[in-house]
Ligand binder design. Structure first.
Ligand code: PTJ
Length: 255
């Protein structure tokens, strides 16, 4: 992926423009679907209202996510076309730190796009990418997202599902998995049904979970469990919604 932007990092909208650039690049490479552009626009609006920063409740959620992943028997990171374009290297790094599998799972599924995403993740250091076998189905979903690997998402105990539609999020919850959802919209169905909703941009959230996982790498199982049990999903969603509703720009004027 090329991150060659003709604008300096000091530009106030640098990160937002970099995100757009990566998504555009993803579409050009056949990794991201055209609907991914629309999803990105929707996310950007919420990010703007959140102040384009990781709010304290999202940081606490990222720490709880790191604890859940470190304490898991079989954690899996689910990757779609937007995630592959935005955070390929960061996803591989997180998978390494928490010893998770990576599985491609697409809403607009084609074998060709799965292969391209797997290759793209391989270029960013992934040694194994699941998702092509698709020998199991998530019960209760009648679209392509139901197709998963039996030794991947299907049998995982903890799953990270960034930028998800609500259907699969709900169905995975019903399979008794601990679901970690990353989404900028606290009112979206997927964070609402997640055990651990992280209301943050995936560009910030994924490296932040990795940072917390590094810091917790020598924590005991009891300590990891305590962090997960103490986490309050409802308060996290409420804090993000409040931030959005009361949004002010850094100089105090309404945005
Ligand atoms: O690659 P595919 O075929 O699996 O398709 C992926 C998309 C994202 C196109 C598909 O899952 C989709 O249409 O998703 P939705 O229903 O538009 O939901 C996307 C959610 O992600 C919305 O709630 C957005 O607010 C949120 N979102 C968008 N960009 C980001 C984001 N959340 C975190 N970080 C972002 N950069």
């Amino acid at each position: 992926m090329s991150d060659d932007l003709d604008i300096p990092e000091s530009h106030p909208r640098y990160h937002s423009l970099l995100t757009r650039h990566r998504i555009e690049d993803g579409v050009e490479k056949g990794i991201t679907s055209q609907q991914g552009l629309i999803a990105q626009g929707r996310g950007e609006a919420f990010d703007y209202l959140l102040g384009e920063e990781t709010i304290p409740s999202a940081d606490r959620a990222a720490r709880a996510a790191a604890a859940a992943l470190l304490g898991a028997d079989q954690p899996v990171l689910s990757v779609n076309g937007n995630v592959a374009a935005l955070v390929p290297g960061e996803t591989v790094e997180l998978a390494e730190v928490v010893d998770a599998d990576i599985e491609v799972n697409l809403f607009n599924r084609t074998e060709e796009r799965i292969e391209r995403i797997a290759d793209h993740l391989g270029e960013h250091g992934a040694t194994e990418v699941k998702g092509l076998t698709a020998d199991a189905r998530i019960p209760g979903i009648d679209h392509e997202r139901a197709k998963v690997d039996a030794d991947g998402i299907y049998s995982a105990d903890v799953v990270v599902v960034p930028l998800e539609d609500g259907d699969r999020a709900e169905a995975l919850g019903e399979m008794d998995k601990t679901e970690i959802v990353i989404d900028l919209n606290p009112l979206s169905r997927s964070p609402q049904v997640a055990a651990i909703p992280i209301i943050d941009n995936v560009m910030r959230a994924v490296p932040n979970i990795t940072r917390h996982a590094d810091a917790l790498s020598s924590a005991s199982d009891a300590e990891l469990k305590r962090i997960v049990n103490d986490f309050d999903a409802t308060a996290t969603l409420r804090a993000a919604e409040q931030r959005i509703r009361e949004s002010e720009s850094p100089d105090g004027s309404p945005q």
